[in-house]
Write a protein that binds this ligand. Structure first.
Ligand SMILES: [Zn+2]
Length: 323
């Protein structure tokens, strides 16, 4: 397993013992009073002071063992797992065109004012608008833990932890520990090297009472996903849930329109190879560079005989408890 650097990311203890009306201990997620001042003039203050239940998803952490998923749009998804609320690839802009040529075509299910408390952002990469847009970028400084690539750390600053593949970080929650392992992702077809522009990380969540979860990030390679799956199964155990970034993102500007994320067929092949109990598919909507949608995913999963694994989530902001 190489020599992973183990660092413990202790969520602030200030409010660790605070209990909600439901008697659920909250994570020390959004900072203590020490961070209150800097919030005053940000549009994220509302998000950080949102009442539990005020968010479109549930702002209260999930019960142990349960797994709730809220799809906001594009890759942006909230996972409520093992007592934590984790946000994947924040994008909250309204529809607009970007200098990069990307265009957001659909509004997020809700804005950051209804996001509720977020304990950590898992950011697959920062250099593409559809994985971190302008509003998502502003949000980062108000989240206590941001895990991403070494390049993101360099560009975004010390607030972002840059993780190399197979490095681990521990998120301490009121219910225990979530081990976050950075895993390889290839932002293009097998064999290509996109250099810094293609630097992406996936993540695996594991730990006692934590359903083992693979988050692909912007990965287009079945081979890379399989290598991740093989190692995770060997060293951690079976994968409970795979969150796959599908949609076959394409742009003429890069590799002549080659798929930069999983095609529907390749997502189904990954589902077959990794054999998770279920697949939550995201990254198929809201941006002009996604060339395959949820319908084609459903068909591909049927064709590969894994339709029963697919959890297709509309980007409607509804918190769905997975069974
Ligand atoms: Zn990307």
């Amino acid at each position: 397993m190489g020599t992973p650097v183990n660092r413990s990311t202790l969520l602030r203890a200030a409010s660790a013992a605070v209990a909600t009306a439901a008697g659920v201990a909250l994570l020390a997620a959004c900072g203590g009073e020490d961070s209150a001042d800097k919030d005053k003039d940000t549009d994220k203050a509302a998000a950080r002071t949102a009442e539990p239940g005020a968010a479109a998803g549930s702002a209260a952490p999930a019960a142990a063992g349960s797994f709730t998923v809220t799809h906001v749009g594009g890759p942006t998804t909230i996972l409520e797992i093992a007592g934590a609320r984790l946000l994947l690839d924040p994008t909250f802009d309204q529809p607009k065109k970007y200098k990069s040529g990307l265009e957001k075509t659909q509004a997020p299910a809700f804005g950051t004012d209804r996001l509720g408390k977020i304990d950590a952002v898992l950011l697959s990469h920062d250099q593409h608008d559809d994985n971190l847009d302008d509003t998502g970028r502003k949000l980062l400084k108000d989240v206590p833990v941001v895990l991403s690539t070494p390049g993101a750390h360099k560009r975004l600053g010390d607030h972002v932890t840059g993780m190399k593949s197979w490095q681990t970080e521990e998120l301490k929650t009121s219910r225990g520990t979530i081990v976050v392992t950075a895993v390889p992702a290839l932002h293009g077809p097998d064999g290509v090297d996109r250099g810094a522009d293609g630097e992406v990380t996936g993540f695996v969540l594991s730990g006692e009472g934590v359903p083992t979860t693979y988050i692909s990030g912007d990965n287009a390679s079945v081979k890379v996903a399989k290598q991740v799956g093989d190692r995770v199964k060997k060293e951690i155990g079976p994968i409970d849930t795979a969150v796959l970034f599908a949609g076959a993102a394409r742009t003429p500007a890069i590799l002549d329109n080659a798929p930069l994320t999983l095609t529907s067929k390749n997502a189904a092949l990954v589902a077959k190879d990794l054999d998770p109990r279920r697949v939550v598919a995201v990254h198929t909507d809201s941006w002009n560079i996604y060339s395959e949608d949820m319908k084609s995913l459903e068909k591909a999963f049927q064709d590969q005989g894994v339709a029963d694994k697919l959890v297709g989530l509309e980007p409607d902001g509804t918190a769905r408890k997975l069974s």
